[in-house]
Design a protein around this ligand. Sequence first.
Ligand code: MGD
Ligand code: MGD
Ligand code: MO
Length: 768
Amino acid sequence: MPASKPPLPDAEPPRKLLRLGQSAPPGKAVGATAVINSTKHIQAQAGMVRGTRALLRANQKGGFDCPSCAWPDPDDERSSFEFCENGAKAIATEATRKRADAEFFAQYSIAELAALSDFELNDAGRLTEPLLLDRDATHYRPIAWKDALALVAEELNGCDSPDQATFYTSGRTSNEAAFLYQLFVRQYGTNNLPDCSNMCHESSGAALKMTIGIGKGTVTLEDIENTDCIMVIGQNPGTNHPRMLTSLEKTVKRGGRIVSVNPLLETGVKAFAHPQKLSGLLGVATPLQSLHVPVRINGDLPFVKGLLKCVLEAEALNPGTVVDRDFVAEHTQGYEALIAHVGTASWDDITTQSGLTETQVREAADVFINARECITCWAMGLTQHHNAVETIQELVNLHLLTGKIGRPRSGLCPVRGHSNVQGDRTMGIWERPPAPFLDKLDTEFGFKSPREFGYDTVEAIEAMHEGKTRVFFGLGGNFLSAAPDTHFTAEALRKCRLTVHVSTKPNRAHLVTGERALILPCLGRTEADRRGDRPQFVTVENSMGVVHSSEGKLSPASPHLLSEVAIICGLAETTLGTSSTVPWRVLADDYDRIREHIERVVPGFDKFNVRIHQPGGFYLPNGVKERRWDTKTGKARFTVNELAPLQLEPGQLLLQTFRSHDQFNTTIYGNNDRYRGISNERRVIFMNREDMVDRGLKPRQPVDIISHFEGEMRTAELFLVIPYDTPRGCAAAYYPEANVLVPIKSTANISRTPTSKSIVVTVQPRAS
Ligand SMILES: Nc1nc2c(c(=O)[nH]1)N[C@H]1C(S)=C(S)[C@@H](COP(=O)(O)OP(=O)(O)OC[C@H]3O[C@@H](n4cnc5c(=O)[nH]c(N)nc54)[C@H](O)[C@@H]3O)O[C@H]1N2
Ligand SMILES: Nc1nc2c(c(=O)[nH]1)N[C@H]1C(S)=C(S)[C@@H](COP(=O)(O)OP(=O)(O)OC[C@H]3O[C@@H](n4cnc5c(=O)[nH]c(N)nc54)[C@H](O)[C@@H]3O)O[C@H]1N2
Ligand SMILES: [Mo]
């Protein structure tokens, strides 16, 4: 090795403590504090004028889609403030006046940047021009767009096979960019299209597709706001989908009940003070949840099995009143097998494995059974476990058995994360594309797309690690820090010849790179996108299948930024040259032309360019809403899901990794987690008090967390212990700091989603 080679930068954020403050979690969410916080972030980042200008256009008809979560906007009346505290933070972080420009990258070496915290890296500001980290270089330096794209094209064309390249997508990418990206990748010759969904709602998509024939939710916002009962299971809406609280409040005010199933009593579902009402600002709050079910981590499958038992019992007592027999007969298959299986599940197993008493399960069952209509909402608390698909299938069983699906105000609602993660999949970002989609793509563009399935996220990391990958390309996201097993993923990325990231802000994936690395800076949602001498808009699909437009108005952070669409078209043209059948340059300058192609390839987009101008957009077709099931037999399927608890050794805990109130995934806005009473620290582990006593641990004691998987151990150093209300045997720490603990091989059955919510750990006091 040449002596001049710089040392490898650390893949983890620095293991340094701040100054932890702790208080009791508040009794209600939002209210004036949230408004003050939004204002603070806007003021500090974007300045009041630019920031307010941006905020007022968020989620308005004709405005831009808030880049934070995928919660839908009201179909009818919208207030002039269709954003929340965390939407404001997402907008502020994008509309910031700070710049990570060429001067910044000339000043700081990679090693110095790696010593910054995730908060500091993001706080450096918006990226302003393309940057190259050359072989053995210590600093990124500017590179012209043309040269940057030529470099990527040269590396791609230098691969022995197109499968030596991998193309990741994060869920902020617009429909137009996503459609062109998958088209380019398939014309180039591979289906290696892993995306953030693989780490997120893949388990939901898999479970729903297999049972009800569509991998998406089945309800609308109107259904949510008018139903009798909402079960929020494995989701923390107060932090991650705050606008959902407005809907939950409406449900409650109309007499609906909310059951929260969660190892933590999350503040967001306790009570809500509406920030746009005077009463809310004065602190008057509406209690939200009527029942909290403190399930153990990964205790949901036994819990739902308990509900099924109660449903069958109630049906036996009052035949024909609980099970929807007509629905079951007409629309489903597999009923007898399910009934036989539920009959064999013992209360003993259900209670020990869920950590709940029989009474607690029965209380929840009563709410479900007595509600005429019910919607179940869930997110990562269900999807990131080894048996996530089975757990979600069990929820489907519950809704099928009672006929609470495919009719107004009843159904299933996987609450999506990234604002366009659902749309990206609709546009064909999928390593396992269905043949009919590829057939249409081939007909539309006159080429033969590859049919062999590509890598999902975990497979992509494994392939890189085995040296099978020469080029890694990331359209958005922060692959290094979002992925499991940080050090393994870092080793994997380092084996590539070239790693490329299309990004808006600096992140740690820019520092842990292949032999050479590029950062290609792009426009964000809030910014005006002028191409072909006129303003362009893009489209997105929210969690409830509504496609609508998004058009930013702010002046771009730098004149050198390109839209994602323009970057993909430029790269495709440079890589594929005259061999491509696609008029890339025409598409780059007129997004209507892209939508014409989408209309002909993707079902549900008829008259796309007309309907997209309807205020609020349009709903994509969803057969389940009319009780049509796109399964092999045309019926919805009951499934038998065996209980399969993780076996813990004495002393071991189950650790979940979750989000604080001050982050969007790997983007850290601040070091507080107000709703859990934590300030100024992220390196904490929340533990049950008795579990602490058993281990002789004191509050705030520094510990290392060690994960155990198939004889392997991984260590996350320096966390402070926080006593917290959570069932025995359960613990929690923040993502991405705890990602080092998630074993690469620990994935969910079928969906292959990393098991970031059930990591087997022990806790070791640090020598002081
Ligand atoms: N402000 C903000 N908004 C976001 C994001 C963000 O980071 N910040 N991220 C976006 C993305 S990509 C996503 S996917 C969503 C994520 O939204 P969430 O899924 O709400 O995110 P997490 O913080 O991972 O929270 C998981 C919740 O599940 C609970 N939980 C953990 N394990 C279990 C379990 O075994 N059973 C049950 N019943 N509950 C469990 C946790 O206690 C926690 O309340 O949010 C999106 N919106
Ligand atoms: N341990 C653990 N790991 C997890 C999770 C967990 O709960 N626990 N959650 C998983 C989930 S649900 C998800 S979705 C993934 C998220 O994984 P990713 O989507 O890969 O990660 P993000 O942190 O959302 O990506 C942030 C970066 O995106 C870039 N960016 C922001 N806006 C734009 C834009 O408009 N265009 C482009 N091109 N780039 C932009 C910025 O440079 C920013 O640094 O992480 C997963 N990882
Ligand atoms: Mo996500």
